[in-house]
Unconditional design. Structure first.
Lengths: 308, 272
């Protein structure tokens, strides 16, 4: 497959040079190597890795995933190798490629976020930090930050002091007014916003009267959440100045284009990677073909171009 | 080993027992490298309304063709059972590790419960080719659901059979046949290979532990990506070197059935 390297796809996202606007969503693309048989990492806009914490987290008990209409629920519990494991075992592989690596960071408290960000900032090969303030799965985790404007502001402000790397704040959709949180993050010095994380949900097996997930509730992702995600991107685009990375149920090039028209400068592909491991390459092609067809000179001309 | 994502067409898909079907498709890239115990992750026709793929073990390899033997348990397998020759299918594979046949192995017991026998057929063929003495024990709910007997006989295996209702073979669990078989083999202990319902795998592991026999189990957890990234398919595996935490629980880590598995040593797994 020949992929476009055309200039019209190039962008600068909060200081990160990207050859196209298609990135991978955290937790759905591992650390890149897992997809090497299907994706040329050098052709991606950026790779966002699985959430990283200060120490390895074991994760939640089984069942961790379930399928729902046009979506899936997950309660993985952020099982990950920890920041030291990431830097030693996972990052070197990605550094062999010419692709920006964005590290998704999570913690149970402010100090943990800072510890991870400090270590990542002192390492070569990281292009940006994505702060997961929205992980809905942990009893005392990101939830408490991402649902409160004040807590979000404090956390982002502290991380801002700790690093000169671009900061993307990943917003939770599980709030009454997402623009409030977006404004707090932008005011505290975020360079961009990633949105949305999974929507809190659940499913029940009526035979056993048990939840489909051991954790009872989990995060909903996939096509089922796309309309909600699009609406939120559009609202936030109209409220803050900083760029948006749009995600939530993107399955093909047309879905990605919807997000860009709604106001996203770039997009991330999540659950779709599980269904079609090469989908990110197809999405890049789809966007490029649309720009060619519509005679649009640069992807940035399309951002937020919704006719109202 | 390279993994492939292929579009293929169904060559045949026919019922072989109550609620069980055998499907053939042409997959040269998978056929050439498939190892016993490895699986494919299958995406049905896009119009099916399902989102995720479904995992199935490679049942046989014949030239460029592979087959899968599956039980209808829910929506996905029900849709699959209605698909016909000529319908298209996306196949991701081959995936996962495989059963290990030690150089020194000369006695094997292979034990399949229900559709579990599907995961053991390539292994049984490999054991036959290596001329390793192999006892095959097959368990099913009843005679109508008994699988693979003719296929086993074709390669020279006379399996022992157990059914839950006694409609054919031993009346009872296939694990009871295992105990009888072991009692007859006092002199030499076999390696046990098994796949089937969770409770059966747990029981087989316990028996093997009692007799101090190695036991390889193929796990069938629900999967998302099958490529090692979603961490949805894990099972609890004892840490190498063992040990306990302060509250006396065994130290463990969650390992991915799609990547570190599907074959694990039964003794390594912490069964709930
Ligand atoms: C590595 C691997 C190899 C497998 N090989 C085979 C095979 O060769 N033949 C075969 O018949 N089946 C096999 N399975 C199981 C098969 O994948 C499931 O039965 C199938 O995915 C169910 O899909 P469904 O849409 O019909 O069921 P769903 O509608 O998704 O679920 C229906 C019911 O089946 C249960 N179920 C769903 N997935 C699984 C699962 N993975 N294991 C056990 N129960 C499940 C659910 O809990 C639910 O009660 C394998 C599974 C794995 C992980
Ligand atoms: C299995 C799984 C694991 C995820 N892990 C993380 C994570 O570690 N950190 C994070 O910020 N988001 C995580 N997400 C959320 C995704 O990055 C993304 O925001 C969400 O799934 C919506 O996009 P999608 O519908 O395209 O999947 C995860 C999602 C899934 C399905
Ligand atoms: S199914 Fe995704 S990690 Fe195994």
């Amino acid at each position: 497959m020949t992929l476009p390297t055309s200039e019209r796809l190039h962008l600068n996202l909060a200081g990160i040079q990207m050859r196209n606007p298609v990135m991978t969503a955290s937790g759905t693309f591992g650390y890149g190597s897992e997809y090497a048989d299907f994706v040329d990492l050098n052709k991606l806009g950026a790779v966002v890795v699985k959430g990283i914490t200060s120490v390895p987290w074991p994760g939640n008990p089984m069942q961790r995933i379930a399928e729902t209409p046009s979506g899936m629920l997950n309660a993985i519990g952020l099982q990950n190798v920890g920041v030291d494991g990431f830097i030693e075992q996972k990052l070197p592989y990605l550094c062999d490629y010419d692709v920006p690596v964005i590290a998704n960071v999570c913690g149970k408290q402010e100090a943990e976020y800072i510890e991870v960000v400090d270590k990542l900032s002192a390492t070569n090969g990281i292009a940006g930090i994505e702060l997961n303030v929205s992980c809905p799965n942990l009893n005392c985790g990101g939830m408490s930050f991402g649902v409160d404007p004040q807590l979000t502001f404090q956390l982002v402000a502290r991380v801002r002091k700790a690093t000169s790397l671009p900061i993307l704040v990943k917003l939770s959709p599980n709030v009454t007014d997402i623009t409030e949180i977006a404004v707090a993050a932008a005011d505290a010095g975020a360079d961009a916003l990633s949105m949305i994380n999974t929507l809190l949900g659940m499913g029940i097996d009526i035979k056993t009267r048990r939840s489909l997930l051991a954790n009872v509730t989990g995060g909903l992702s996939g096509p089922a959440i796309k309309p909600v995600a699009l609406r939120m991107v559009w609202q936030v685009y109209n409220t803050v100045e900083i760029p948006i990375v749009g995600m939530g149920g993107i399955m093909n090039g047309n879905d990605a284009l919807e997000f860009i028209i709604a106001g996203a400068s770039a997009v991330a592909v999540g659950t779709a990677n599980f269904i079609n491991p090469g989908v990110s390459m197809e999405i890049i092609q789809g966007i490029d073909a649309y720009l060619a067809d519509q005679q649009i000179r640069s992807i940035s001309d399309l951002v937020g171009s919704l006719e109202t | 080993m390279k993994k492939h994502n292929l579009k293929t067409t169904i060559l045949s898909n026919r019922q072989v027992a109550e609620d069980h079907y055998l499907l053939y498709c042409d997959c040269p890239e998978v056929a050439i490298s498939a190892q016993p115990g490895q699986f494919i992750h299958v995406l049905f026709d896009q119009g099916s309304g399902l989102l995720l793929r479904r995992p199935f073990t490679i049942y046989s390899v014949e030239g460029t063709q592979i087959s899968m033997l599956y039980q209808v348990v829910g929506e996905g397998t029900s849709i699959l059972s209605r698909m016909c020759a000529g319908d298209s299918l996306q196949v991701l594979g081959p995936l996962g590790n495989s059963f290990t046949i030690d150089e020194s192995l000369d006695l094997a017991v292979v034990l399949g419960g229900g559709a579990g026998i599907a995961s053991l057929m390539l292994l049984i063929s490999a054991l036959q080719k290596r001329k390793i003495r192999t006892d095959v024990l097959v368990g099913a709910m009843n005679q109508a659901r008994l699988l693979s007997i003719a296929d086993l006989q074709k390669i020279g295996i006379q399996p022992q059979i157990a059914t839950d209702n006694g409609s054919t073979g031993h009346h009872g669990f296939v694990t009871e046949l295992l105990l009888t078989t072991l009692a007859q083999q006092k002199a030499q202990l076999p390696t046990v290979f098994t796949c089937g319902p969770y409770g059966m795998l747990k029981a087989v592991t316990e028996i093997c532990q009692q007799f101090n026999m190695p036991c390889q189990v193929a796990m069938e957890n629900r999967m998302g990506c099958a490529l090692g990234v979603c961490l949805g398919c894990v099972c609890k595996v004892r840490l190498e070197g063992g040990g306990q935490d302060q509250s006396g629980d065994l130290l463990f880590e969650y390992q991915r059935v799609c990547t570190e598995g599907p074959v694990f040593l039964g003794q390594q797994i912490i069964w709930d």
